[in-house]
Design a binder for this molecule. Structure first.
Ligand code: NDP
Length: 275
């Protein structure tokens, strides 16, 4: 029987996940269908139960349900626990296994696809929301020299750093506000949602080291204000989050199906040029 998967979110009409997983299924020869489900605010658990009853094997979860998905999981992974948010569910009898692949997908895009190691580097993350929570542990596993999290609401970044240090006290991680970002960084990630409103987080231009990688987590938006600022600072290595999107999908696909799809052609197909 054809196995069923879906992405659930609200709104959901913009999602690229059915296209990505459809291409993965085609190229790996998996007998599965992958659709989009418009989730009902306040009734996430019921929507998931209905999908499971109809034979669903797994789901991706997007805004605004990532925390609801964490709440309904019976077995969240360590990564999901750290993030307090879930972007993939796997159904196995009564068990609901939950994962957060955003950070690991981003790490793979940066280190593997873009060829930029984090090891020994000064790394700056702008923003301290859900995406950053998923990034911190996979980034620290790469052993950067320093990981600084700057956020508009400094207390949110400080709380996240306190959680990380409670788990691994020797981690080279710290929090600050934008005015206190000092020195130049080898990798700068815009993990704020500012670009979704064509806004710019107030990162000082001096944060971009010559030769650094400036990475915008939003995707398909061309040159965002963040990427334009990096370019003005002389940065030539610019990227957006399309690779992260496809790599987190590949992680979920392998988790569900036990097969690793080739991501390169899918990234190429979805890439919107940075102009
Ligand atoms: P959240 O809503 O959880 O967090 C938003 C963050 O952005 C907060 O830190 C908030 O700061 C900050 N922020 C919002 N507006 C501004 C602004 N004008 N100036 C400065 N800071 C601002 O969002 P997510 O973490 O879920 O998503 C962040 C980004 O990552 C989005 O662009 C999203 O599209 C992208 N993303 C991409 C993925 C991919 O696969 N490529 C996957 C997941 C996310 P404060 O705390 O002060 O409010």
């Amino acid at each position: 029987m054809t196995d069923r998967y879906a992405v659930i979110g609200n709104p959901i009409n913009h999602t690229k996940s059915p296209l990505i997983h459809g291409l993965f299924a085609q190229t790996t020869g998996q007998d599965m269908v992958y659709t989009a489900v418009l989730g009902t605010p306040g009734a996430f658990a019921q929507d998931v139960a209905a999908f499971r009853q109809a034979g669903g094997r797994g789901m991706n979860v997007t805004v605004p349900f990532k925390m609801d998905a964490f709440a309904c999981a019976t077995e969240p992974s360590d990564r999901a626990r750290m993030a307090g948010a879930v972007n993939a569910l796997k159904f196995d009898g009564d068990r609901i296994l939950a994962e957060n692949f955003d950070g690991i997908g981003l790490t793979r895009d940066v280190t593997h696809n873009l060829g930029v190691p984090l090891a020994g580097k000064r790394v700056l993350i702008l923003g301290a929301g859900g995406a950053t929570r998923g990034m911190v542990m996979p980034f620290l596993a790469e052993q950067p020299a320093e990981l600084v999290i700057a956020n508009r609401t400094v207390a949110t970044a400080q709380a996240l750093v306190a959680e990380v240090l409670a788990q691994s006290p020797a981690s080279p991680v710290s929090a600050c506000g934008y005015a206190d970002v000092s020195g130049a960084f080898d990798l700068v990630f815009n993990a704020t949602s500012a670009s979704l409103h064509a806004e710019l987080p107030p990162v000082p231009v001096t944060a971009f080291a010559p030769g650094c990688l400036a990475y915008e987590l939003a995707y398909g938006k061309g040159m965002t204000p963040f990427l334009k600022l990096a370019q003005q600072a002389g940065v030539t290595h610019l990227a957006d989050g399309v690779g992260m999107l496809v790599e987190q999908a590949a992680e979920a696909f392998e988790w569900w199906r036990g097969v690793r799809p080739d991501t390169r052609p899918v990234i190429d197909q979805l890439t919107v040029p940075l102009v």
